[in-house]
Design a protein around this ligand. Structure first.
Ligand SMILES: CC(C)(COP(=O)(O)OP(=O)(O)OC[C@H]1O[C@@H](n2cnc3c(N)ncnc32)[C@H](O)[C@@H]1OP(=O)(O)O)[C@@H](O)C(=O)NCCC(=O)NCCS
Length: 146
């Protein structure tokens, strides 16, 4: 298994994995915004490759707004991580987070943050196994103003 930065040639595989992680999102928009995301200096996209198959991705970014539970700013934030079902349980997420951690250190930040839905217990367990501490549980609200 190799962890590598996503290059322009791998955008279709990356977008396919993003669509699997966020099935409710606009997949056309995801494909359109992907090249621009790769060009951002304060964002990272890592892929896990096994042979010719891309089996996982992780995205991270520097967040300059307040991040719940953090003590410094900016911090690095895991914006998304997804491993295809067949590749799970073999350390792929661990390797991706190691890559994200190195990138975060290289950016000069001292905290790496992340989030997960309240009912995603597999993700909670993964985060704890990979050295994250739970900080806060929040519920978002919205009110339309039209
Ligand atoms: C969560 C996910 C990324 C884990 O990927 P993975 O490659 O299977 O994880 P790893 O094999 O690298 O495991 C890393 C650690 O997390 C733990 N872990 C991973 N999945 C777990 C699970 N389902 N239950 C309990 N612990 C788990 C492992 O035990 C391991 O710890 P260890 O090395 O001390 O044993 C993967 O299941 C996934 O893509 N799920 C769907 C998408 C998702 O929920 N993403 C997170 C959104 S916040």
């Amino acid at each position: 298994m190799h962890i590598e930065k996503c290059g322009p040639d791998q955008i279709p595989q990356w977008v396919a994995l993003r669509c699997a992680l966020w099935p409710g999102e606009d997949h056309g928009a995801m494909a359109r915004e992907a090249p621009g995301m790769l060009a951002q200096r304060d964002q990272l996209v890592l892929l896990a490759r096994e042979g010719d198959a891309v089996t996982a991705f992780a995205e991270a970014a520097l967040r300059r707004d307040y991040v719940n539970g953090c003590e410094t700013s900016p911090v690095a934030f895991v914006e998304g991580i997804y491993v295809t079902p067949d590749a799970r349980g073999r350390g792929v997420a661990r390797a991706l987070i190691a890559g994200v951690t190195q990138w975060a250190k290289d950016q000069g930040v001292t905290e790496l943050a992340s989030d997960a839905l309240l009912d995603n217990e597999a993700s909670h367990a993964m985060h704890k196994a990979l050295g994250f501490c739970e900080t806060e549980r929040v519920v978002y609200f919205r009110k339309g103003l039209d």
